[in-house]
Design a protein around this ligand. Structure first.
Ligand code: HEC
Ligand code: HEC
Length: 290
């Protein structure tokens, strides 16, 4: 009997030891993903300075950046959970004095900071679909935004947070790890209610709704799957008015209020109606996914 107990004790101690080793290894893996750097060369693009381009840039920053970086671009916490960690959307005001154009291209299009460190959550997988003209306009505008004094630390994860990250349980949170950094810039279509512009803007939706907008499982664990937006989807029975209303309010035609944390309609609702009409034309034109 005593011998059996002794063996059970040894086995249990062994298992606990293995768990500790696994936790430590995953923690190290998570920590190294948090600090991983990439050596990417920024493309050289024209940074315009005319009033029309600055207005376009302001519009893009309104739609695309303020929901995370805050109304004055001074940054704010996105994840503040003592058990997991702390992630701020960085202070991106006053970049004209702190960042070169190349560094801004690396951040927005490639998801990397000034040292080549891969940025967490920053959705470069969407912004890599911006044309060189639009990226240039956004950068031109950003450089005019005055500095807001708000010192923020980089991302910090707890031991537990790093284990979740190391094991992949946080989902695809580093766009720089999975985007195609060599993807060419798309052409700039005429802005407005036309098919080409709709197709262009839909590049901001593919990161979540899938490369063909056919929907699929969510990248985040335990999150519901993401619906498709092609003509066989629920959208087939929507009208253009209902689509525009949804993009502005997050309310579907059957009266369901969608959480802006899941689907960032509060941001996309800042698109002008003619831009959303172009998007609608494009979605309507997509045949059922094969
Ligand atoms: C879904 C949230 C989200 C959106 C939308 C977003 N960002 Fe970010 N961004 C972040 C986070 C989080 C960080 C900090 C990540 C880190 O440090 O690892 C960041 C970092 C940055 C940085 C790097 C700052 C530095 O110190 O190097 C720049 C520049 C930036 N974002 C610009 C933009 C611009 C421009 C847009 C809009 C076109 C935008 N972001 C939209 C979340 C977001
Ligand atoms: C950050 C991820 C994300 C992005 C980016 C995103 N969506 Fe969504 N979207 C979702 C999720 C998740 C849902 C489902 C939410 C729910 O049902 O609670 C959704 C739902 C929708 C719905 C409702 C569909 C239905 O059948 O009820 C429409 C329409 C939609 N999205 C359009 C768009 C368009 C257009 C874009 C690009 C301009 C876009 N989304 C970008 C995540 C995203």
């Amino acid at each position: 009997m005593k011998k059996v107990l002794k063996w059970i004790g040894i086995v249990l101690a062994g298992l606990v030891g293995l768990l500790v080793v696994a936790a430590v290894v995953l923690n190290i893996m998570g920590g190294s993903r948090l600090n991983k750097t990439h050596d990417i060369q920024a493309e050289s693009i024209v940074i315009p300075d005319d009033a029309a381009a600055l207005a376009r840039g302001e519009h893009l920053v309104d739609v695309g950046c303020k929901s995370c970086h805050g109304a004055n671009l001074g940054g704010q916490p996105l994840l503040a959970d003592p058990a997991i960690g702390l992630v701020y959307a960085a202070n991106i005001s006053g970049l004209g004095t702190s960042h070169s154009d190349e560094e801004l291209i690396l951040a927005i299009r490639h998801g990397l900071d000034q040292d080549g460190r891969q940025l967490v959550i920053m959705p470069a997988e969407a912004f890599i679909n911006l044309s060189a003209e639009d990226l240039g306009a956004a950068i031109a505008y950003l450089k005019t935004v005055p500095r807001v004094e708000n010192e923020l630390p980089g991302p910090e994860l707890s031991f537990m947070g790093k284990i979740l990250l190391g094991s992949g349980m946080m989902g695809p949170v580093f766009p720089a790890e999975y985007i195609d950094h060599n993807q060419p810039f798309p052409d700039m279509p005429e802005v407005g209610a036309n098919l080409e512009y709709g197709a262009y803007v839909s590049g901001l939706c593919t990161g979540c709704h899938g490369p063909d907008l056919a929907g699929g499982p969510s990248g985040e664990p335990n999150a519901p799957s993401v619906p498709g937006l092609r003509s066989e989807s629920a959208l087939a029975s929507w009208s253009e008015e209902e689509f525009l209303l949804f993009m502005h309010t997050g309310v579907t035609p059957d009266g369901r209020q969608i959480d802006p944390e899941a689907m960032p309609w509060e941001s996309f609702g800042k698109f002008e109606d003619d831009e959303l009409q172009g998007l609608w034309l494009h979605l309507q034109s997509l045949p059922p996914a094969g």
